[in-house]
Ligand binder design. Sequence first.
Ligand code: 5RP
Length: 221
Amino acid sequence: MDQDQLKRSAAQAALDYIAPKLDGSSVVGVGTGSTTNHFIDLLAGIKHTFNATVSSSEASAERLRGHGIAVLDLNAVDGVAVYVDGADEVNGARQLIKGGGGALTREKIVAASADEFVCIVDASKRVEVLGDYPLPVEVIPMARGLVAREIRELGGHPELRQDFVTDNGNVILDVHGLKIFDPTELERTLNNIVGVVCNGVFAAQAADLVFIAAAGGVETL
Ligand code: 5RP
């Protein structure tokens, strides 16, 4: 199985898991990225079994609408039953690095709104210690120099993501060189830097469940 087939297997596992929990009033939170795109395509097959979705990005919203699935503003819904999204890295505590697609802020907001956060990855994303993947940090544009200096003080090497503006009109610093032994502490520290909108460590609120697709099958973490 190639990596794309593994991503689809993880997405299928998530669909099988959430389908029995949905009813006509359910709102499904939908993430961003190539693994989530498989989930969106599969979700289309059960679109008559739930009410609507909320999306973490314009790109996913467009794909959902393309399938005839309703996409609502998060402020227009009372709650989100489940949020399904991919990740760039996953550790054994279901803590994540996310934001490779630059949608981390909306992803964290929708994840925080959901009763349950289901993460879907192929086995290449599983790590012992987070940090080999450059950590995305969304920053208010005028603060990027200030934030970059503060991150260097923490031992990271920030790089401005070129030719990229988030759905919120901000920039992304991708931080290299961090070995994240205490994800909760780093998440909090980065959030406290003035000018940081959000960072891609999902630790304070980790995933509730992770489906990891490998050649031998899908493991549940
Ligand atoms: C987007 C994300 C994605 O979930 C993450 O980058 C994984 O993407 P993919 O499923 O394409 O490997 O956090 O901001």
